[in-house]
Ligand binder design. Structure first.
Ligand code: ATP
Ligand code: MG
Length: 446
């Protein structure tokens, strides 16, 4: 993309309404624009990151054997009456009446809708196990929408639902989700720690939230410092292997790590004092096992191996796709702007032309740009007439992890500069070398 033809409305001033750094930076970098409280338009740069995050979520869910689909945002109130949640959900649910006076709602989540689909189409245990998911907009009429996309009213969520014959199978599905979530967040350059949580309105026994540690987080968390040393890394995993998935679950959840809702001071005391931590965290996902709660309420049964109707064991598993943009920025920025991890960056490399209009510099930039495009390095080429300082400031603000700077002086020696946004370190090298380096870096971020 050439910046002269792009739409990147960056702001010089810090918007007064933004209280936290991720919200400020998303507004300043021209990623989002509020349309009404807690509801945002995704401008081209923000939309690019949103799509990258969605893509990673899709890939990791499908790697785990989960099946993508898409359910509507508007749902009928009747189904929610069957489960008893129409009244239980309260004022957070946006209720709508259509022209025929039918009661509808903008879905805050999808347990009812998916259970309805499954009860209508799955009749035998032989069709199990089954995990379906979608990435769809949700609406929750939050009392205090704030912090930009972090606590919106309309927000994008990945929600997945497993249907199993037995509790054991459903717990395997739970573990599979835990593993897939660990991989998902790590690919985004984030450490999200699974913590024992409270099941709240969902109901059920087993639930973990995934938290990114950040001072601006809304949850208070208590943990054993050892949990921050764990990483899933690039190990192979067989998602059908029950023991292997259970082993990962054990590894990542056996140490003390809880949100304030389930915090147990006496248990926490047993963690050696020097490893006890109290901090704040951002919830970027949650997994639940809730047994037959919804299948009982909605009559979702299958014929079991003994020929008898058996209620389905279910769980639901969410990732805050749009909230993740805020969480990643909270975890990765400096006073100049955002620092995107390679896995989610909107463009992989920025190209800065220090002397736009100079024919030799322009043609060198055009060549580098064309080669980056050809190699899938998705460049953003600043080909505007802005002075160098302004170009650097914009690149730093929007946070591309790598920058190639091209100027007449370097070119005279056959060199450009490759700069890391994270370390600030610049190295002079031939253009082909810079591209080779980027190729190598991005090889591990497909
Ligand atoms: P919270 O406790 O933050 O209100 P929740 O526990 O009610 O969230 P879930 O039902 O678990 O939310 O939804 C799955 C994920 O969706 C959450 O882990 C979170 O990342 C995201 N999410 C929930 N509410 C919002 C919101 N208002 N704005 C943006 N993302 C949200
Ligand atoms: Mg939650």
């Amino acid at each position: 993309m050439r910046l002269s033809r792009y739409f990147l409305p960056v702001l010089k001033e810090t918007p007064a309404e933004a209280q936290i750094v991720s919200h400020r930076l998303m507004l300043r970098a021209g990623m989002i624009k509020q349309s009404s409280a807690g509801i945002y338009s995704w401008l081209p740069l923000g939309y690019r990151v949103l799509r990258r995050i969605e893509q990673i979520v899709h890939e990791e869910q499908q790697r785990a054997g989960h099946i993508p689909m898409l359910m509507p945002t508007l749902q009928s109130a009747d189904l929610w009456r069957e489960s008893g949640r129409y009244d239980a959900f309260g004022p957070e649910m946006l209720r709508i009446t259509d022209r025929h006076d039918r009661e509808m709602l903008y879905g805050p989540t999808n347990e009812e809708l998916i259970t309805d689909i499954v009860r209508a189409n799955v009749g035998s245990y032989k069709q199990l196990p089954l995990t379906l998911y979608h990435i769809q907009w949700k609406f929750r009429d939050e009392v205090r929408p704030r912090f930009g996309v972090m606590r919106g009213r309309e927000f994008l969520m990945k929600d997945g639902y497993n249907f199993d014959l037995t509790r054991e199978d459903a717990l395997h599905a739970y573990n599979r989700h835990l593993v897939s979530y660990l991989r998902t967040y790590e690919r985004m350059g984030l450490q999200a720690i699974p913590m024992r949580a409270d099941s709240g309105a969902m109901g059920g026994d087993d639930t973990h939230e995934f938290l990114v540690l950040a001072e601006t987080g809304e949850s208070e968390v208590f943990y054993d410092a050892e949990v921050t040393e764990l990483s899933f890394g690039d190990r192979e995993i067989d998602y059908d292997d029950v023991a292997e998935c259970a082993g990962v679950m054990e590894e990542f959840t056996s140490r003390y790590a809880r949100t304030d809702e389930t915090h147990d001071a006496a248990l926490f005391e047993k963690v050696p004092e020097e490893r006890r931590r109290t901090a704040r965290g951002i919830e970027v996902g949650q997994i639940f096992y809730f047994g037959t709660k919804y299948s009982d309420a909605l009559g979702a049964t299958v014929q079991g191996p003994d020929g008898k109707p058996t209620a389905l064991h279910m769980g639901s598993h969410g990732i805050g796709v749009s909230r993740l943009l805020g969480a990643i920025i909270e975890a990765s920025h400096d006073d100049k702007g955002i620092i995107w991890p390679e896995g989610v960056t909107p463009f992989r490399v920025g190209i800065v032309n220090l002397k736009q209009g100079d024919s030799a510099t322009d043609s060198a930039c055009d060549g580098i740009y064309a080669q980056c495009v050809a190699e899938g390095l998705d460049p953003l080429y600043d080909d505007t007439k802005e002075r160098a300082g302004g170009k650097f400031a914009t690149m730093d603000l929007i946070g591309l992890p790598w920058r190639i700077t091209v100027g007449p002086r370097g070119l005279a020696a056959g060199k450009v500069e490759l700069t890391s946004r994270r370390s600030g370190e610049s190295v002079e090298m031939a253009p082909e070398e810079a591209i080779a380096k980027l190729r190598e870096i991005y090889a591990s971020h497909p």
